[in-house]
Design a protein around this ligand. Structure first.
Ligand code: AMP
Ligand code: MG
Length: 431
């Protein structure tokens, strides 16, 4: 296959949806246990039944005095009722004794309500008789009343022992993690995060951080994709870099295959040029399922599968193509393996706006169009960014986001309403 198309071009291309259908067969990775302090944002794999009551003791919901509610009946500003104060109950330092008739224990929010008391009266409804010391009163006057059971948090009121508090599918929120911690759960079963590793091909490339010599360029794709994988909660393994040539590519691919990655990425060497041998090499190590997709950019994208089931994505070397292929195919796969309930939904914030200028496309091809947003006739409108192709990554730096033109459209006329997938969260970037 590879030989027949090199230097000739793709004869027929697969559809974007063909690739998606294949990737959609992947299942989330197996479960692992993570510390409760690390579980927020991860996808729960088992339902959680509360092993204990929260709270495990009756506690005060306000600052005031623990009393027998009926002792407050009839109390008012005009008719203060006097109670004896036995002591104080503080959080973690309960009052040891019991509260009888006409007695009270000073109490603060969250402290255990002592035995005998059945209500807590707010400090605002009490006053200290003349001569009583605030630090250690012996008596208190009630100037209002509370019903029994008022202002007390009951055992299991927050979560009752035996209650199913969380069940999958659930991306754990910070408050979920907090509740799990309150239930004394130390480790939480979540979907393992997929490990992603990239084989970077190209004799012209130098690693990031180096000054390119004549005829060299810096490998920016690995930096770009590391950030995208982190966004999608994958784990990025250090990339492998190899020069062009069949032997070198084969060695690189073998190293990638023998590594720890759940998702294998190859950048470059997948087009129809002389050095673009990756599809051929991949076919010797697994199945080459797709090569060439009806989209722009990223049409040289390829997809293979190893005998152990892992997917290998061949990403075009052009950085914008690489970004595009990531958003269409790799990101969803990372999210799927990580247990995301909606892996195919793009994670960008979206804005629905009208086009200020037309976008040209072709029926039968999906386009990934970088766009700016500019004020036009008093409102924000979408302005496609004119570029000289997929090699200029700065087009994606200048862009506010992308618009996807679906395959059945010839283009989009001015004033068409479009969905812009924004690169930034508008609440974080200001006007
Ligand atoms: P290829 O897909 O290997 O034919 O590469 C297409 C274009 O992308 C060439 O101009 C390459 O120099 C460039 N390119 C390939 N790999 C990278 C990379 N990792 N980072 C930046 N540019 C790249
Ligand atoms: Mg290359």
């Amino acid at each position: 296959m590879g030989h027949s198309i090199r230097m000739r071009g793709f004869r027929s291309r697969s559809e974007v949806t063909d690739v998606i259908d294949i990737l959609d067969t992947a299942s989330p990775l197996a479960s692992e246990l993570v510390a409760v302090s690390e579980c927020a944002g991860r996808n729960l794999t088992e339902e959680v039944v509360a092993p204990i009551n929260v709270p495990g003791f009756v506690r005060a919901a306000v600052d005031g005095y623990a009393i027998r509610g009926e002792d407050s009946f009839g109390a008012s500003e005009q008719n203060p009722l006097l109670l004896q104060v036995l002591g104080t109950s503080l959080p973690g330092r309960p009052f040891a004794g019991s509260v009888g008739h006409q007695q009270a224990v000073r109490i603060t929010t969250g402290a255990p309500v002592p035995e005998g008391a059945d209500a807590v009266i707010q400090a605002e409804l009490t006053q200290l008789p003349a001569g009583q010391r605030l630090e250690q009163p012996n008596q208190v006057e009630l100037v209002g009343s509370v019903a029994p059971q008022k202002h007390m948090g009951q055992v299991g009121e927050d979560v009752a022992q035996g209650e199913t508090i969380l069940r999958p599918p659930r991306r754990l929120r910070p408050q979920d993690a907090g509740v799990l911690a309150s239930l004394s759960i130390a480790d939480v079963p979540v979907v393992r995060r997929p490990r992603v590793q990239m084989l970077v091909t190209g004799s012209e490339l130098v690693a990031p951080g180096n000054r390119p010599g004549p005829h060299q360029i810096v490998d920016s794709n690995s930096v770009l994709l590391a950030g995208l994988v982190a966004r999608d909660r994958g784990r990025w393994l250090p990339p492998i870099r190899v020069a062009d040539g069949e032997q070198s590519l084969t060695r690189g691919l073998d190293q990638l295959i023998s590594g720890q990655a759940d998702i294998l990425l190859v950048s470059g060497a997948t087009s129809v040029g002389l050095e673009d041998l990756m599809p051929t090499v991949l076919a010797t190590r697994g199945k080459l399922l797709i090569h060439g997709v009806a989209m722009r950019p990223a049409s040289p994208t390829g997809l293979g599968q190893l005998h152990d089931g892992r997917f290998v994505l061949l990403l075009p070397g052009n950085p914008v193509s690489c970004l595009c292929a990531y958003e269409f195919f790799v990101g969803p796969l990372v999210r799927r393996l990580e247990g995301h309930p909606q892996p195919w939904r793009w994670p960008h914030p979206q804005r629905r706006l009208q086009l200020a200028r037309k976008i040209v496309s072709k029926i039968g091809r999906v386009d990934f169009v970088r766009v700016g947003i500019a004020e036009h006739e008093g409102r924000d409108q979408v302005v496609p960014i004119a570029t000289s192709g997929a090699s200029n990554l700065s087009s994606a730096v200048r862009a506010a986001g992308v618009v996807v033109v679906e395959r059945d459209l010839e283009g989009l006329a001015p004033e068409t309403w479009v969905n812009v997938h924004l690169f930034d969260d508008p609440t974080e970037t200001g006007p």
